[in-house]
Design a protein around this ligand. Structure first.
Ligand SMILES: [Zn+2]
Length: 988
């Protein structure tokens, strides 16, 4: 120690040295703070204080303990806390006494500042004992100084120090100076905490995209009529603002807000408003610290209308979790990962959302949210996740829009969800959070909870379910688009692409954009990426149409095409529209008809019910989660055993498949040399040695597993024009070649429209189908004659109609295809059948069937017409693809035991059957409702009863069924009236 004595001749000079050390500590702290702006200094100060006191307090109490043992000891100066200053002590002793507390203080400050930066949560947890109680949550009041009140506590040590100041220095009586400087450091740390403030999280950043409605918008319906778009008002519902609470019967205590009024429209997230506070709270709770042994699991199931704020709330939760734990949020969607990523990115300030692509198969660095579609997750990503420990990075798992996973897609997702959970259970974070969202549906029989609990391997207790109230938050007016002819002709004169103006959805959208109203459109299917871009570029004099299209929550008007997915939930899809622009009222929704006439009728029906409290006639809706078919078991076992080896008992524990099915599949795969087997020994819970076989698949299966296929025998679709890299467009089950691979079929892949080339010359079972690009806007369906052979039936549950369940051989002859294109004269569409030369394509396989038998004399015409009707009705209510089932008439031969023996069968169009039939057959009420709604629809049509029209059963798709008699609406009504004995109700 070489200090000039003149400086340190007294205790106060020693104090000067101490002040220098404090200044040095503060300088280092502020330097680091300036370099790393993103840290909350509060926890750093708190933990510094903690470290200082942890060192100093034991020394202090130790000294007092010594004094208690032998009182004079205190005055010897030789104990744990060197305390004495004054002339009797040399300068080194004095400095030591004064600076001793500063050593742990400086060390604590440095260590925490340096070490605390990378892991925010570590700093927070360290500081929790003091900062935890105060404004930890940055969302509350980050603009002010939420912790300033802590400064009051620093007064106490300062007062003590001032009171003792005269005891310092050369003239004073001895006083433990180390205590004095400790008090000083406590004051500095407390002031540090008081002046710190939480880092503003993304959600509190200033709104960047708050939509501004144009002032003085003209009346939308009038402006539309003025342009030649004829609309009919179907229904409207009035705003019920100020009553944003949930339904008491379905929301649990977590979801129910306190009685105090809530400002439902307070802008909460980056320009979003009108989000239910119940939803916000429930989702944000997911970011709360994980408590071990908590009774409510860190999961949420959100049941709500579309666009209720699910995306807006997910973003801040993901940001918060990333900030605290450095974890990312994995969002699993059915399709269109890019679209969802773009939707989420809208609510994120800056980058941080990314869709995982085929080219980049791992969780990207520097992201907060990853979006992946279920196919990519299953085929490639799962194996990658486990290989390099990436699975540990997942903090929140989101299953997004579960209603999109019904039918065969659900059967695959079932297995994928369990494969992911198996990996997470063994290598993932123990505190993983799970969020699932699903569209609300007014019908209580939708089996929604049952569906979710079957589909996902997670339980959602009542406390974790958020079920939002269904009323309209703002006024809504629903219209039907009756005619756009005049407007379409005008567009035609302006030389706009015929493909674009053939659709009522697109022409109505252009009219709405032309009015100046912020418009949202759900683009109709079948458009190529190039056509969508052209549509966005259409300029009617007020700039490109695409620039005026906005998300539905920001829109004043919305154009929605009715399809099988939304027909029974038109209100659920549209009622949150315009949420962010409350000044633009009401929110106008124009419904344009789609290809399914029943869906069109039902969509209109639902729209007419808007605003009425009539709950009696809610259309039924069933989400179907089928069981496992052997092809699906095989596919997912191969992948699961590649991701991680496992024993039979381990597999059965995670995959609740039938044991014999799993055993058989394993044996079959071993025989083919696709699996490796070795014995493993382990001790079980009872302490007994268990010897088991462990199975492993060393090669990743190279056959992909699209979610709409079930087997491993797949046919490749390819584009010969793609010469670089992979030219695969998709895959089909070889057994379903006639159903999805018929020559002439049009489909869309990667934003390009393709037509399947005629492959019949290359043999009955090609391994790859060439697909040519198609520029015309064409829709096709196969011309077919479906039959059932050798039915093996057993009586089912119902007796009215008589239900039979069982197996049968499904045989279908595809003789050509039917297509629909925009007409050259701009008058709408033309439809035609093209019949193949030579033999028809046949599909045949054994499958599940559900037969509905009718008593008494039934005309063949009535039976055929009923199958036409049910082809339209079933997919709308059962959440399955039109290609997933076929309705087959049975003209005789049912084992009814009395005369007749006729009926209609629902056949599962996946070879072997995937359990759709069993799910439908379980619900006899549902089947009766199908008949009931069929009758309601047909009774409402205005065409002659002995015939049919395009609005009922002479639709485009009905024209593809080869039958012997013309369709008759009246015959179906007769049949249904007799069968369900409710003729009186049917006309109501
Ligand atoms: Zn009709």
């Amino acid at each position: 120690m070489i200090f000039p004595v003149s400086l340190f001749g007294s205790g106060f000079s020693g104090l000067g040295f101490a002040v220098m050390l404090v200044a040095l500590g503060l300088a280092i702290f502020f330097h680091l703070l300036a370099r790393h702006r993103k840290i909350d200094p509060g926890p750093v100060w708190a933990s510094t204080l903690f470290i200082t006191l942890s060192v100093m307090l034991p020394l202090l109490f130790g000294s007092y303990a010594l004094q208690w043992a032998w009182q004079p000891w205190w005055h010897t100066g030789r104990h744990l806390l060197p305390e004495l200053v004054g002339p009797g002590y040399n300068i080194i002793e004095t400095l030591l006494a004064l600076t001793l507390p500063m050593l742990p203080w400086l060390a604590g400050l440095l260590w925490r500042t340096l070490r605390g930066w990378p892991s925010q949560e570590a700093a927070r947890e360290a500081g929790r004992w003091i900062v935890g109680a105060i404004a930890q949550d940055g969302a509350r009041d980050s603009a002010g100084m939420p912790r300033l009140w802590v400064a009051w506590f620093s007064l106490l040590p300062i007062l003590v120090m001032l009171g003792m100041a005269d005891q310092l220095g050369a003239n004073a009586s001895p006083y433990p100076v180390a205590i004095w400087s400790t008090l000083g450091l406590v004051s500095i740390a407390l002031i540090g905490i008081a002046l710190s403030k939480p880092i503003p999280t993304k959600e509190t950043a200033p709104p960047v995209s708050k939509p501004k409605p144009p002032a003085n918008l003209p009346s939308w319906p009038e402006e539309m009529a003025h342009r030649g778009v004829a609309l009919t008002l179907l229904g409207s519902c009035a705003s019920k603002q100020g009553d944003p609470g949930p339904e008491p019967s379905e929301s649990r205590k977590e979801g129910i807000p306190s009685k105090k009024p809530i400002d439902a429209d307070s802008p909460d997230v980056l320009g979003a408003s009108g989000i239910s506070p119940v939803l916000s709270k429930a989702m944000r709770d997911l970011a709360a610290p994980y408590r071990q042994g908590a009774t409510i699991p860190m999961r949420r199931l959100v049941i709500a209308s579309d666009d209720s704020g699910q995306a807006e709330n997910l973003v801040p939760v993901a940001v918060e979790l990333h900030r605290r734990f450095g974890t990312i949020t994995l969002v699993i969607v059915a399709t269109d990962a890019d679209g969802y990523a773009a939707k989420l990115a809208r609510w994120m300030d800056g980058e941080g959302v990314k869709a995982i692509t085929k080219q980049e198969l791992s969780l990207p660095e520097n992201v907060i949210i990853c979006v992946v579609d279920a196919v990519l997750l299953s085929d490639r990503l799962l194996a990658e996740l486990d290989r390099n420990g990436q699975i540990k990075r997942i903090g929140l798992l989101c299953w997004w829009d579960l209603h999109r996973f019904s039918g065969v897609v659900a059967a695959n997702l079932w297995a994928i969800a369990r494969r992911l959970k198996r990996l997470l259970d063994s290598s993932g974070r123990p505190d993983i959070r799970v969020l699932a969202t699903i569209r609300d549906h007014a019908n209580a029989g939708s089996q929604r909870s049952d569906f979710v609990s079957r589909l996902l391997p997670y339980e959602f207790p009542n406390e974790t379910i958020v079920h939002l109230q269904r009323d309209c938050r703002q006024s809504l007016a629903l219209y039907r688009v009756d005619s756009t002819t005049r407007w379409r002709n005008e567009l035609h004169d302006r030389h706009i692409d015929r493909n674009l103006i053939s659709s009522d959805v697109l022409t109505t959208t252009l009219a709405s954009v032309d009015t100046g109203w912020p418009t949202h459109v759900d683009l109709p299917p079948g458009l190529q990426m190039r056509e969508i871009a052209n549509f966005g570029g259409v300029n009617l004099g007020k700039g490109a149409a695409g620039r005026q299209l906005v998300p539905s929550a920001n829109a004043g008007a919305r154009i929605l095409m009715i399809d099988n997915d939304n027909a029974s939930s038109v209100l659920e899809v549209s009622r949150q529209g315009g949420r962010n622009v409350p000044a633009v009222l009401p929110h106008h929704v124009a419904l344009a008809g789609g290809p399914n006439p029943y869906a069109n009728w039902l969509g209109e029906y639902a729209a007419r019910k808007a605003g009425t409290d009539d709950d009696a006639l809610v259309p039924p809706y069933r989400l179907i989660c089928p069981g496992a078919q052997s092809g699906i078991i095989r596919r997912h076992l191969l992948r699961a055993l590649h991701e991680r080896e496992d024993t039979l008992s381990g597999l059965l524990r995670h995959f609740l498949w039938d044991e014999s099915a799993v055993r058989e599949t394993l044996e079959a795969l071993l025989d083919k040399g696709m699996l490796h087997r070795e014995q493993v020994r382990h001790v079980n819970e009872d302490g007994r040695l268990i010897v088991e076989n462990s199975y492993q698949n060393r090669a990743l299966p190279d056959t992909p597993g699209p979610l709409d296929t079930v087997g491993d025998s797949l046919v490749r679709l390819f584009d010969p024009e793609i010469t670089e890299g992979d030219n695969v467009l998709g895959w089909l089950d070889s057994e379903r070649l006639g159903i999805l691979g018929y020559p002439g079929r049009i489909f869309l892949q990667g934003g390009v429209r393709y037509r399947i080339a005629d492959w019949r010359s290359s043999g009955a079972s090609p391994s790859a189908l060439r697909c040519d690009r198609e520029d015309r806007l064409v829709f096709t369906c196969r011309v077919r004659r479906p039959q059932l052979r050798n039915p093996d039936l057993r009586p089912g549950k119902g007796h009215d109609p008589i239900l039979w369940e069982g197996k049968a051989e499904y045989v279908e002859f595809v003789t050509g295809y039917r297509y629909r294109v925009p007409s050259d004269d701009n008058e709408g569409w033309i439809a035609k059948n093209i019949l193949y030369q030579g033999d028809p394509i046949s599909a045949r396989f054994n499958t599940d069937v559900l037969v509905m038998g009718f008593q008494g004399e039934i005309s063949g015409q009535g039976l055929n017409s009923l199958t036409q009707a049910l082809r339209h009705v079933l997919p709308v209510h059962a959440g399955i693809d039109e290609d997933a089932v076929e309705i087959v008439p049975i003209h005789d031969g049912l084992p009814m035991g009395n005369k007749g023996g006729t009926g209609v069968a629902i056949a599962d169009l996946y070879p072997g059957g995937i359990g759709i039939i069993r799910e439908i057959g379980k619900d006899t009420l549902f089947i009766k409702e199908l008949f009931d709604w069929t009758a309601r629809w047909l009774a409402a049509c205005s065409c002659p009863e002995d015939g049919a029209c395009p609005r009922c059963i002479d639709s485009f798709t009905a024209g593809a069924i080869t039958t012997t008699s013309p369709n008759s609406r009246g015959e179906v009504l007769n049949l249904l009236a007799r069968t369900i004995h409710r003729a009186g109700d049917l006309n109501g």
